[in-house]
Design a protein around this ligand. Structure first.
Ligand code: HEC
Length: 469
């Protein structure tokens, strides 16, 4: 499909060394603790919770409820009233809802970005005393399923053994193998990872391995998980019994069980995408990233499985930049005390229907921009992230596939800030940072610049597919 050789095996190194966010946030809050004593009497109608509730319920409550990632609950008037100053602050600064993609540039399914009017309304509401208004007009809080953000799953597959996570104040990275022995030719439409500890789970990349019968006798034996210390993947996979019996690496599907707080798997129209399981499949969660905590916990997360019809059109995933099909120019060498921009481009030889994009950088990322130039010189905007936040790396799903005709070139630009002005810079003073050894290494200090995307080979009518349903 592409000029350079394409590998559909996702090889993504997780974000590493993520420590500073929480402290930075509380530092930000210290400037917003005081109430504004001047009530603005506007004369016209003052907003009440009747106006505010729909904004909160749509954009905040999915993460700010019991058992979810948000540290406070925003389900009721009292919840919101209690946190009103913080809410005004995080919305003014656009810190919440987390949605790094520039909504002025391109739109995606599930976009969570407040309009200028909504942000202003929240501010006025808080500054006018955060009135409740007519209770009978306040919409009721949305209801959610327990155990899934979608619906009741067809099968739930748990970790074979819980993983002990130390509350020693550092990040943890681990790999978990979940054997799945279902009837041969079970078709799965999508998987959903459900973390046992939402407030700790930052990020999960999971793959599916379907062993060919003659290549693997037993999928159950071997280590069930590997925690924190792993350098040599081949040796580790051997210990986890993930290699084929002849010692070769099995084929992994691209990112299949993805997770990020607030993320729900894309539900493609029937027949598009999906997976076939055989009777010797494993889910390989590689990697799970838990943030630092002060409390020891046992992680017994699980994966929900949703069955579907036999997939007719498989989805492909590929990546540009680090480990990808296209070279980064200049080479990704981040000099200390410098802000630098890098570029990568790839030409498409056969038309594709672009479904979702996932920009990826680590802690030194500052901004990201991707667009395509069609064969006639037209520009197709793809995604722009003005303020990179390594914590919120969504797979952004387009409402309708973006059709990239044969001869189109995709361009991605990544800007990195390796100065002390970057609060997430792990090196004080800043030092030289490169891509390092990639898959084999999990050094905090390494960077990546990737543009990952999933697509279908184009078929007439794809432009009308609605991916938001
Ligand atoms: C995708 C999930 C998600 C959504 C949507 C979301 N939040 Fe958050 N929120 C979080 C997480 C996780 C944290 C804690 C980590 C952090 O601060 O980044 C947080 C932190 C906060 C905090 C700081 C709480 C504290 O005491 O430290 C406030 C206030 C907040 N969110 C308000 C909101 C509001 C208001 C909205 C909607 C306009 C919203 N959030 C939408 C996930 C979310």
């Amino acid at each position: 499909m592409f000029k350079s050789k394409t590998s559909v095996v996702a090889r993504k190194v997780p974000l590493v060394g993520i420590l500073l966010v929480l402290c930075c946030v509380s530092f930000l809050f210290s400037s917003c603790k005081q109430d504004n004593p001047q009530l603005q009497s506007t004369g016209n109608t003052e907003p009440t919770f009747v106006d505010i509730a729909p904004i909160i319920f749509k954009n905040c409550t999915p993460c700010h409820r019991k058992g979810e990632s948000g540290p406070i609950e925003l389900m009721t008037y009292d919840d919101v009233f209690k946190n009103k100053n913080k809410i005004r602050f995080v919305t003014q600064t656009k810190y919440m809802p987390p949605w790094p993609a520039d909504a002025q540039y391109t739109h995606f399914v599930g976009e969570r970005a407040l309009s200028v009017n909504e942000i202003d309304l929240i501010k006025r509401w808080v500054e006018n005393g955060a009135l409740k208004g007519d209770e009978s007009n306040i919409p009721s809080a949305p209801s959610f399923f327990t155990g899934s953000s979608i619906r009741k799953p067809d099968t739930v597959i748990k970790f074979k053994v819980p993983v002990p996570i130390k509350g020693n104040g550092t990040d943890h990275f681990y790999i978990v193998k979940i054997p799945v022995e279902l009837v041969k030719d079970t078709f799965v439409r999508y998987f959903e990872f459900v973390p046992a500890h939402r407030q700790l789970a930052h990020h999960v990349n999971g793959h599916l391995v379907n062993f060919e019968d003659e290549k693997k006798q037993d999928i159950q034996s071997g280590l069930n998980y590997a925690l924190d210390e792993f350098k040599d993947y081949k040796d580790l996979y051997k210990q986890m019994n993930i290699l084929n019996d002849d010692g070769t690496f099995p084929v992994l599907t691209p990112n299949t069980v993805y997770y990020l707080p607030g993320y729900t798997p894309p539900i493609y129209p029937e027949g598009i995408g999906g997976y076939t399981l055989n009777d010797k499949s494993i889910i390989l969660l590689k990697n799970i990233h838990y943030g630092p905590s002060g409390k020891d916990v046992m992680d017994s997360s699980y994966v929900n499985i949703f069955y579907g019809p036999k997939p007719k059109r498989p989805i492909y995933e590929t990546q540009m930049g680090t480990f990808g099909i296209s070279k980064i120019e200049p080479e990704l060498v981040l000099l200390p005390n410098k802000i630098q921009t890098f570029h990568t481009q790839a030409k498409i030889n056969n038309a594709i229907s672009l479904l979702a994009v996932n920009p990826h950088m680590h802690l030194l990322g500052k901004s990201f921009w991707a667009f395509a130039i069609g064969p006639t010189g037209d520009t197709i905007p793809l995604i722009r992230i003005k303020k990179w936040d390594f914590k919120w790396q969504y797979y952004y799903l387009y409402k309708h596939p973006v059709i990239l005709r044969a001869g189109t070139t995709i361009h991605a630009y990544g800007t990195f800030d390796n100065t002390t002005d970057n609060p997430f810079n792990p090196n004080r003073p800043p030092k030289l940072v490169t891509q390092g050894e990639g898959v084999r290494s999990m050094q905090t200090t390494e960077e990546m610049f990737q543009f990952i995307f999933s697509y279908l080979p184009y078929q007439a009518g794809d432009e009308n597919l609605d991916l938001s349903k």
